[in-house]
Design a protein around this ligand. Structure first.
Ligand SMILES: Nc1ncnc2c1ncn2[C@@H]1O[C@H](COP(=O)(O)OP(=O)(O)OP(=O)(O)O)[C@@H](O)[C@H]1O
Ligand SMILES: [Mg+2]
Length: 453
């Protein structure tokens, strides 16, 4: 039953309204002045407030403001004296649902109240639905229904809300970066920076300054103060990919950051606090690195607060058909190709294959198949030869004379030729599949004397 607060300094009006509203089934409480209304509003939330505009000291506008401040969802109807429509309009601008001018028939107010409450219910339902949709699509990019993936999704949901350090482990292409990004996107830090650092791409000598910054004159070449990546990530998340590759000196500094939340720019004599959530990833066996004394054990324990171990694709083959459809959809739209589906035999081949490059390799294979397919259905012949089971190993070398080993260049030449052929001579498509630029393709074609074919 909806609860209504009635605010008016005229007792007669309160009484008539109360009787009318109670008769149609609403629960009604009264306040005889603005101050009393504010006190009641502090104590409980009403579904609807009906307030007179003109009252001593605390007027209807103040009551309205208070209501909206406490609960956006509560609807407000204001009552105005004849000829003061201006203030009613003002009230509606700050969020009143409607106004009623005095004198009014009690029936009139019932109608407005019904409508206001109806809107309230609808708004709430929409909000709920939106939340449910968001919930369901939260991890829309992560495909997987296998028990292993479901466990991971559950864990991801849990860690999103915390600031704990997460260590993501898994072979290359298993989705480590995807998981890190998902955690950030669903955390309270989502509107702040997500800084990705590929530790293996940073030369050892530069790591320190990249991570922590430096001050002017700290070393030759340090011509001005420079922020490090940790500062860039302030209030957000830093993702340290390939964490196994950081130098021993940086390991010490990272450990200090994890212990104190503080960092120090090179050349600076004082540390300062940064608010950064750390997610690290590696495909290396860190335990072994610890044995070999290349990775600090104390740092490992600080990082390993919440480990997320991503399974290799071959350990969750049930997910392959789902992933195939996901990528099919993605590339069909991207390349605007009228592909409807993939044949049963082709899916079987994909499920049978071992996927050393995991999801990334599967994604590439589907992309290539979409590019090559000439019909509406992807067929086994649209898959790479080694997946069709025609060859033992990649790369494909169609014209390899049997038994004779050939050079890398020869192999590359053959493969370019094969792709070019399968693309019907389309160089743009060929370059795309080979993942090289068109100019690189041109250069190679010239190099191998293939231009004219
Ligand atoms: N469960 C999944 N659902 C959908 N796409 C996925 C899934 N896992 C991975 N991918 C996709 O596969 C590709 C590789 O994933 P990602 O880059 O996250 O892997 P990685 O573990 O970081 O690999 P590497 O160790 O080589 O850096 C990305 O395009 C990613 O979107
Ligand atoms: Mg990665």
């Amino acid at each position: 039953m909806a609860e209504i607060l009635l605010v008016d300094d005229q007792k007669s009006i309160r009484t008539t309204l109360k009787i009318t509203l109670k008769r149609v089934g609403y629960q009604v409480e009264e306040a005889s002045c603005g101050e009393e209304a504010l006190r009641l509003l502090e104590r409980k939330t009403y579904d609807l407030v009906i307030t007179d505009l003109k009252m001593e000291k605390v007027d209807g506008i103040k009551v309205l403001q208070k209501v909206k401040e406490i609960s956006q969802q509560t609807e407000v109807i204001v009552i105005t004296a004849y000829g003061t429509v201006d203030s009613a309009v003002q009230a509606m601008k700050i969020g009143a649902y409607d106004y009623i001018a005095k004198p009014f028939e009690p029936e009139e107010i019932v109608l407005v109240v019904d409508k206001a409450l109806e809107r309230k219910t609808l708004t709430e339902r929409v909000k709920l639905l939106e939340e449910q949709v968001r919930e369901r699509y939260k991890f829309e990019n992560i495909v997987g229904n296998s028990p292993k993936m479901l466990d991971i999704l559950k864990l991801v949901t849990q860690v999103c809300q915390t600031d704990s350090t997460v260590l993501i482990l898994g072979e290359s292409g298993t989705g480590k970066e995807l998981i890190a990004q998902t955690i950030h996107n669903n955390s309270p830090r989502k509107d702040k920076p997500f800084v990705i650092v590929n530790c293996s791409a940073l030369p050892e000598g530069l790591q320190d300054s990249e991570f922590f910054g430096h001050i002017k004159g700290a070393f030759t070449g340090a011509i001005k103060n420079r922020k490090g990546l940790f500062e860039e990530a302030h209030q957000g998340t830093i993702f340290l990919d390939e964490i196994g590759e950081i130098s021993p000196a940086i390991q010490v500094k990272l450990l200090r950051f994890l212990q104190s939340g503080e960092i120090r720019r090179i050349g600076d004599n004082k540390s300062f606090h940064v608010d950064v959530r750390l997610i690290a990833a590696t495909n290396k066996d860190l335990q072994q690195a610890i044995q070999e004394k290349t990775f600090r054990e104390d740092l490992f324990y600080r990082l390993n607060v919440i480990p997320i171990k991503l399974p290799a694709l071959r350990e969750r083959k049930d997910d392959i058909p789902l992933l195939v459809n996901h990528f099919l959809e993605k590339y069909r739209n991207k390349m605007h190709k009228p592909i409807r589906s993939i044949s049963r035999e082709a899916v079987d081949l994909l499920v049978k294959y071992d996927w050393p490059g995991n999801v990334r390799e599967l994604e590439n294979v589907v992309e290539r198949a979409v590019a090559l397919a000439t019909g509406e259905i992807i067929l086994p012949e649209d898959l790479p030869r080694h997946i069709q089971g025609l060859e033992q190993t990649f790369p494909s070398t169609p014209s390899k004379p049997s038994g004779k080993l050939i050079s890398l260049a020869e192999n590359e030449k053959n493969y370019i030729m094969e792709v070019l052929q399968q693309c019907g001579g389309n160089k743009k498509k060929t370059a795309h599949i080979l993942q090289i630029s068109k100019s690189t393709l041109w250069r190679k074609l010239k190099e191998y004397g293939l231009q004219e074919r």
